[in-house]
Design a protein around this ligand. Structure first.
Ligand code: G6P
Length: 608
């Protein structure tokens, strides 16, 4: 989705902003632009395509501005083009925007009547003209406030004014925006990595808050103009955590970071000796869980797949019923949620618009909300009653990898905490399940050692037109995740299916051309899935199996066999995720795809 960055200080602002835009590339975009001061005028440069195309447009000019705003656009209203790229300009006002102005058509009509001329197909241009109109009668800040009271929808904006070269105004509602503080300089961006090289002291803006950035500091007010005292937060990630660190792609780096990310997510959260999971790490009290009758999980994309596995964990071990919903469906199905229920929101970014809407709906209906989230200070974490932070570190590759496996760790810990409170498990079983967690980072390391084998398998199958992923029970959501990863990264059509359901449809697809990835660890459904593999084999399908059966029964009937270490069935889902991530990565690479920024996708989907 769109990315915003603004800088004011003594550095070369255009360079800082172009560098920041590069760091926001992972959000997904199709055009980019900047606005900077040159001889008391604001110059705007915009370009369809990648940041380097914009940079090559600007570099010959070598602008020396010390105040600049920049934007990467992910098209919603109007196709990707130079004209639709931001910043937009109206009289002396220049603006970048992330979000959607829902009432733009009626505002456009009014503004056209007032004599404003539109040069783009965007909803954003409406807001720019509206601010310009009010700036004729009001000071800059008030003009922005007045305009925002007239728009409906979502926004994060950064605005400059030609006759006011000492200020950037930034405001947000339902789209993320964070302010960075420095010595004699200030930053604003959609996400922290944009300015992490320069500032690690940040202020998270809340909805309808306005930050006025000057060289000597930042003032935050509400849309009513009243000053808000804001807390600053120190960011502990190092800038190098948001860089590739020698790997060819962020995705590969993030796949390989999983042992570390899991270890960080586990650290200090339980005592394996006495079997205690620290509820405070979830921001919950015992009483919060004692009375819970039902749990709703909502999420999108990969996080939704984590939720599906969470259902198996919670229902099997804690014996509390769980419903899992795709967030965009939840709020429109008139859900039967109430004060006796707990909603678990799962979101890497904490900014996914559909997930936030579902979270708000559950709150409105009186449920308590726990979010499992990776981004500190994100909207979901601030609006939830309780937060469990996964400590993956920044995830930059659009296709989620380490966020997924650490979400599963969070769900597993939550399940064991709940099982303790509900007394659903013998104490020894609880302790044993917790102890197994201590071994998990090492086992993920072993799962990663299949990389070479997986890359050879990728070479054999990367030209396939489609893939089928099969799993049963808890491994079925891993099959869904494997298929999603492959689609995202390689643009090959793939389907995830419960293996037992294959005979009701997908079996018709099977021939010598179709690779079938089967998740077949030696668990309660092992014998059943062996039969499903036979069904594929007898129709000529190519079988790639991922298992931990060292007796090799399943390997004997498969074309390729990837071996995982031993663990319990719940944590096995985490191990199985590793080779499916690697398979998608290698196939994407062999097909020449942009694995970190697949076409049309965005990392943080901030529109509905
Ligand atoms: C986008 C990303 C996915 C992600 C999904 C949910 O579609 O491309 O990788 O799983 O959003 O994001 P969230 O931040 O809420 O987990």
């Amino acid at each position: 989705m769109c990315g915003i960055i603004g800088y004011i200080g003594s550095r070369n602002a255009v360079s800082v902003v172009l560098e920041g835009l590069k760091r926001l590339e992972y959000r997904g975009y199709d055009s980019a632009g900047v606005a900077f001061f040159a001889d008391s005028r604001i110059e705007v440069r915009r370009s369809k395509g990648k940041i380097h195309e914009l940079a090559s447009l600007i570099e010959p000019e070598n602008p020396k501005s010390t105040i600049t705003i920049g934007h990467t656009r992910w098209a919603t209203h109007g196709r990707p083009s130079n004209e639709n790229a931001h910043p937009h300009r109206s009289d002396g006002i220049v603006l970048v925007h992330n979000g959607i102005i829902e009432n733009y058509l009626s505002l456009k009509q009014q503004l056209t009547g007032d004599g404003y001329h539109f040069t783009s197909e965007t909803d954003t241009e409406v807001l720019c003209h509206l601010i310009a109109k009010h700036a004729k009668s009001f000071p800059f800040e008030d003009a922005v406030r007045k305009a925002l009271t007239e728009v409906k929808g979502t926004y994060a904006i950064a605005v400059m004014k030609e006759d006011d070269p000492d200020r950037i105004i930034a405001v947000r509602k339902d789209s993320p925006l964070v302010v960075g503080l420095g010595e004699g300089e200030s930053f604003v961006a959609s996400d922290i990595p944009a300015f992490l090289n320069y500032s690690r002291t940040v202020i998270f803006l809340d909805n309808e808050e306005m930050a006025v950035l000057r060289r000597d500091g930042v003032t935050v007010t509400g849309l009513d103009g009243r000053v808000r005292e804001k807390e600053t937060t120190a960011i502990s990630w190092s800038p190098s955590m948001a860089e590739k660190g020698g790997y060819r792609h962020f995705m590969l780096k993030e796949i390989y970071e999983q042992p570390r990310a899991i270890a960080d997510t586990l650290r200090g959260r339980f005592n394996a000796e006495n079997g205690e999971v620290y509820l405070t790490e979830f921001g919950l009290r015992r009483e919060d869980l004692e009375t819970v009758k039902k749990i709703y999980i909502v999420a999108c994309g990969t996080s939704y797949h984590a939720g599906l596995i969470g259902k198996y964990m919670i229902e099997n071990l804690a014996r509390v019923p769980v419903e899992v919903d795709i967030a965009s469906e939840f709020r429109y199905r008139n859900p039967l949620v109430g004060p006796q229920d707990l909603m678990i929101v799962i979101t890497q970014s904490g900014e996914t618009a559909d997930t936030l809407a579902a979270q708000r709906e559950a709150k409105r209906l009186g449920a308590k909300v726990l979010t499992i989230c990776n981004v500190l200070g994100s909207t979901s974490s601030r609006e939830a009653d309780a937060v469990f932070y996964t400590h993956s570190g920044p995830e930059i590759g659009v296709a989620s990898t380490k966020a997924f496996t650490t979400q599963l760790v969070g769900l597993y810990l939550f399940t064991l905490a709940l099982s303790g409170i509900k007394r659903s498990l013998p104490a020894d079983t609880g302790k044993k399940l917790l102890k197994e967690l201590l071994l998990l980072p090492g086992k993920v390391e072993s799962a990663l050692s299949t990389d070479r084998q997986v890359s050879m398998i990728a070479k054999e199958f990367f030209k396939a037109r489609g893939f089928l992923y099969l799993g049963r029970g808890m491994n079925y959501p891993v099959a869904l995740e494997g298929a999603l990863k492959l689609k995202e990264i390689s643009y090959i059509h793939a389907e995830g299916y419960p293996a037992g359901e294959m005979k009701h449809g997908p079996i018709a697809l099977i021939d010598e051309e179709l690779p079938v990835v089967v998740l077949a660890p030696k668990d309660a459904l092992y014998e059943k899935i062996l039969s499903n593999i036979e069904e594929v084999k007898s129709r000529g399908g190519k079988i790639i199996v991922i298992t931990n059966d060292t007796d090799n029964d399943v390997c004997r009937i498969s074309d390729q066999c990837i071996m995982m270490p031993e663990t319990n069935p719940y944590l096995m889902t985490i191990l199985l995720a590793v080779p499916v991530q690697l398979l998608a990565y290698h196939i994407g690479l062999l097909r020449g795809c942009d694995v970190d920024q697949p076409r049309n996708l965005a990392k943080s989907v901030t529109v509905e």
